[in-house]
Design a protein around this ligand. Structure first.
Ligand SMILES: Cc1cc2nc3c(=O)[nH]c(=O)nc-3n(C[C@H](O)[C@H](O)[C@H](O)COP(=O)(O)OP(=O)(O)OC[C@H]3O[C@@H](n4cnc5c(N)ncnc54)[C@H](O)[C@@H]3O)c2cc1C
Length: 438
């Protein structure tokens, strides 16, 4: 192993989209920095997402301002490999100082001098500042209700790649956010029996009156919302760019053959129970969908836009039997279920960041990414500054704010008062004299 001693002003940990955006803004502001990535640039898009995944937003939207997906139709949805290649190309564009294959193992504040000591897989680094860009979705979160049963094949959605990876038999997909619905759909289309456990969700229309929902959320100011509406903390968003993009419609999924159930309750003696909340969750999702159509119509009228009307968008299919006569308990063997996919989200892991920037539950404490520990920053976290903060386009703006903060702090640190400036002048004159004598 090579052991190096490196010094830098700002160390960015992680080279996903957040790390690349940080590096671009720091470069523009002339801040010396280094980005360390333990794997490859945009690694999670390469290995921690399923094979058929495409971006949830269209190519014109899900990108940084400085580069377009020039090989894609602007309304198309970039495949995940293309997204990884995009960030690699983006980093090359400004020659980002990224070192891949280097893991940051520990960061501690120096007790006796400014800055941080960073222990990495290639040795020690001294940095004045550290930006944690290690992702919003780091550690798979599987709820404690998961049964301890060796006969069941259980994986998290981040480990799902394709239907062939699962054993023969039926699947229970727990969680109906964008990951759960897309995985359930793919498995059912591959011929599997699929149960989908549906919790509270928003389901914006994929598009309405010729505009993608990303556009609607933008013009309606929803991406800029600074905090979740109270009571919506556990509401996920169900959208899909798969097969050219479509609105997630649970009644359609039921008609297609997916067996919908409410939130998963308990597992015991080979049986699984479900809450009686399926119909309520679907109706609340409908309300969210219809509210967006209303807001869109009002926006069009207010701005006198000439966009084609779409009255059929308000037609909902009749309630399927799984809504009117919900399944509340299933014998998994009888139902033929031998796999469970937990599409239940992620948590973070900051075990490597040993600084005073967390609350007693380990949650990062920060204002728009500027943490409570001077010199430590977070970027890419959910709701860091607004709803868009975890998304490709949104993280770029948060990174800009953080880079500005760093540049401003450097300016303060570089300030010299009149005495210091005079002392500098005298020392410059002395140096010049020495040079001319020599
Ligand atoms: C299934 C799924 C689909 C998504 N689809 C979209 C979409 O279509 N559009 C959109 O805008 N957003 C989407 N997102 C949200 C978001 O864009 C991604 O989660 C994105 O990967 C977040 O980027 P990031 O740079 O913040 O973090 P990450 O991509 O997680 O990058 C963090 C990097 O840090 C590295 N790292 C971690 N710890 C260390 C360490 N100790 N030392 C060195 N390196 C380390 C990791 O290897 C990783 O490469 C999706 C998320 C998921 C889960």
């Amino acid at each position: 192993m090579t052991v190096e001693k490196i010094e830098t002003d700002t160390l960015v940990v992680g080279a996903g989209q957040a790390g690349v955006a940080m590096s671009e803004h720091l470069t523009k502001l002339g801040v010396p920095h280094l980005v360390l990535e333990r794997n490859r640039i945009a690694e999670r898009w390469r290995t921690e997402r399923w094979d058929s995944l495409v971006a949830n937003g269209p190519a014109w939207h899900d990108r940084f301002p400085g580069l377009e997906f020039d090989d894609l139709d602007p309304d198309a949805f970039a495949p995940k490999e293309r997204i990884a290649a995009y960030f690699e190309a983006y980093a090359e564009k400004f020659n980002a100082p990224i070192r891949t294959g280097v893991e940051v193992k520990k960061v501690i504040r120096n007790p006796d001098r400014p800055g941080f000591t960073v222990d990495t897989s290639i040795g020690e680094i001294q940095a004045n500042r550290v930006v944690a860009a290690t992702g919003p979705f780091q550690r798979p979160a599987i709820p404690p209700i998961a049964p301890k049963d060796d006969n069941l094949h259980q994986i998290h959605s981040s480990q799902y790649h394709n239907p062939e990876q699962l054993p023969e038999g039926g699947v229970l997909v727990v969680g109906a956010g964008s990951s759960g619905v897309q995985i359930a759909d793919e498995l059912q289309r591959a011929g599997k029996t699929v149960y989908l456990s549906v919790g509270p969700h928003d389901r914006p229309p994929r598009a309405y009156r010729n505009r993608d929902f990303c556009w609607w959320l933008g013009v309606l100011g929803e991406w800029d919302a600074e905090a979740m509406k109270p009571g919506t903390e556990h509401v996920t968003i169900a959208v899909s760019g798969a097969r050219g993009g479509h609105t997630v419609d649970f009644r359609k999924l039921a008609r297609q053959g997916i067996k919908l159930v409410g939130r998963t309750g308990t597992f015991a003696n080979g049986k699984v129970t479900f809450e009686q909340d399926l119909a309520e969750n679907i109706r609340n999702g409908d309300a969210n969908y219809l509210a967006l159509l209303d807001a869109a119509d009002a926006y069009i009228a207010r701005n006198d836009l000439d966009l084609p009307e779409e009255p059929n968008a308000r037609d909902l299919l009749p309630d399927p039997e799984c809504m009117t006569k919900p399944t509340l308990e299933l014998d998994m063997a009888e139902a033929g279920i031998n796999s469970i996919i937990w599409a239940t989200g992620f948590t973070t892991d900051y075990s490597w960041l040993d600084v005073n920037a967390f609350d007693d539950k380990g949650k990062p404490q920060h204002k728009r990414g500027v943490s409570t520990e001077p010199g430590v920053y977070f970027v890419g976290l959910p709701w860091l500054s607004r709803r868009g903060s975890t998304f490709i386009w949104g993280v770029w703006h948060d990174a800009k704010h953080i880079a500005d903060h760093i540049a401003t702090q450097r300016k303060y640190a570089a300030y010299k008062d009149a005495d210091q400036r005079d002392a500098d002048k005298i020392s410059d004159i002395r140096d010049a004299k020495k040079e001319s004598v020599a």
